[in-house]
Design a protein. Structure first.
Length: 227
């Protein structure tokens, strides 16, 4: 009986010792987790102070603030030239296919209706010009001022300018392409309709110029913080 009691007593002591050790390990892990959490919260507060915008961490605004303004600028420049070229290519495809088909029956329309192709090509030139202008707006900013309100404003301005120019030229290219296609088919049947439809095409091509003007004005708002 004495031996059995002694063994039971030793097991209880051993179990208590393991429990104490486990509790101390859990306590250390808990303290380490709390320390890491505090570091993360401190880092987030520093970022919010750096950006100058106090936004809730789960909002879309906080996600946008944490994106580099250079990223927005690069995307805006890419949209400006890429979507403009897409609109020009689409318009040339629409006009060219109708022009080639109608020229089989009326070869005389080929030289005159190349004006429609030139108007479509001008849309891509608009995008290239604005992309170069936006590229010159990029400036080097110290890392401490990367997320300042002024830096974010400059990045958003270039991004918005690229979107305005890109999609305005996309719509302009489609408009000019469809009108140019109709002009080629109409000219093949009645040559007196060419000048009348050409006037409509000129007004359609002005849509791209409107986007370019607004985009350049918008890009003028891109002022980066000084060093």
């Amino acid at each position: 009986m004495v031996i059995e009691f002694t063994r039971i007593h030793q097991r209880v002591i051993w179990s208590c010792s393991i429990s104490d050790r486990t509790g101390s390990v859990n306590h250390l892990l808990l303290r380490k987790t709390e320390k890491e959490t505090n570091q993360i919260h401190s880092y987030q507060r520093d970022r919010e102070k750096m950006s100058g915008v106090a936004i809730h961490a789960s909002s879309w605004g906080a996600a946008l603030v944490r994106i580099s303004p250079y990223t927005f600028s690069a995307i805006g420049i890419a949209i400006s030239i890429g979507v403009s070229v897409l609109g020009a290519a689409w318009g040339i495809y629409i006009t060219g296919s109708s022009l080639i088909g109608a020229a089989i029956e009326a070869p005389r329309i080929t030289s005159k209706n190349l004006i429609s192709v030139i108007f479509c090509e001008a849309v891509a030139i608009y995008g290239v010009i604005v992309a170069i202008i936006l590229q010159t707006k990029l400036e080097s900013v110290p890392s401490s001022k990367m997320y300042d309100a002024e830096s974010l404003r400059a990045g958003y301005a270039i991004f918005a300018s690229g979107i305005i120019v890109g999609f305005a030229n996309l719509v302009c290219g489609l408009c000019v392409g469809i009108i140019g296609s109709s002009c080629a088919l109409s000219d093949a049947q009645n040559s007196t309709l060419f000048v009348k439809i050409l006037v409509i095409e000129i007004f359609g091509s002005a849509l791209g110029l409107f986007g370019v003007i607004v985009g350049i004005i918008m890009s003028a708002q891109a002022t980066w913080p000084t060093k």
